[in-house]
Design a protein around this ligand. Structure first.
Ligand SMILES: [Mg+2]
Length: 225
């Protein structure tokens, strides 16, 4: 864990609102699930736009780096496709590699805050994952890329839109996310941010921790002090 200054995650005046990223945050990043989704995205680009495998893979990485999601990149660069069929295709994967997480369920339930899922995926996928983990009753709501109007993390306007959606001030909001660009974007919007990672990157979050359980414990400590 690393922090910036003393207790940057401390929130005292209002009820905290904690936004949990979904993929690679609520389950382990070495599960293979995101690799399977990435493979499906590449296949979608091959099948729908007639790209070679190498070009489709290059585009997928390029879109994710530039726009936060491949979906946003395809829309911005003028590729015509139906978002619902895209989501159905890329999330048509087995979730067998994700194990139920009763300890995480207890930790999230005991956290004294409003708790939501904030994901660049769609809600169907999010609910499948939450049911698989056993976390389907832990969250006030799931905010997916459709609710964000396809303006997704890490764009600063996405965080501002989400705040309006849930009626929260930026000073109350915390994001827990495994993608550094997303936590950096949250900080730019005035949120607190915890990066799930094994190595600290300068300036991307108020704290870096190896897993979501540690992130929750870190918040509890910050709010106790
Ligand atoms: Mg993630």
């Amino acid at each position: 864990m690393s922090g910036i200054g003393g207790n940057p995650l401390r929130i005292t005046s209002v009820q905290p609102v904690v936004f949990f990223d979904l993929d690679d945050t609520l389950y382990r990043s070495d599960s293979g699930v995101m690799e399977a989704i990435s493979r499906r995205i590449t296949d979608f680009v091959i099948l729908h736009f007639g790209k070679s495998e190498a070009e489709a893979e290059r585009l997928r990485v390029h879109w994710r780096e530039l726009y936060g999601t491949a979906l946003r990149g395809m829309r911005e660069e003028g590729y015509a496709f139906d978002a619902d069929s895209y989501f159905a295709f890329v999330h048509d994967i087995s979730l067998d590699l994700i194990a139920p997480a009763p300890n995480l369920r207890a930790a999230i339930s005991a956290l004294p805050a409003r708790k939501l899922v904030l994901t660049n995926a769609d809600a169907n996928h999010a609910w499948r994952v939450l049911w698989r983990l056993g976390l389907q009753e832990c969250f006030e709501r799931v905010i997916d890329i459709k609710l964000m109007g396809f303006v997704n993390k890490p764009h600063v306007v996405a965080y501002h839109n989400v705040q309006k959606l849930v009626g929260a001030d930026s000073s109350a909001c915390v994001l827990i996310d495994d993608v550094a660009a997303n936590t950096r974007g949250a900080m730019a919007a005035g949120w607190r941010a915890i990066h799930i990672a094994n190595a600290v990157e300068d300036g991307v979050a108020h704290a870096t921790v190896p897993d979501v359980e540690t992130a929750i414990e870190h918040l509890r400590e910050a709010w106790r002090s």
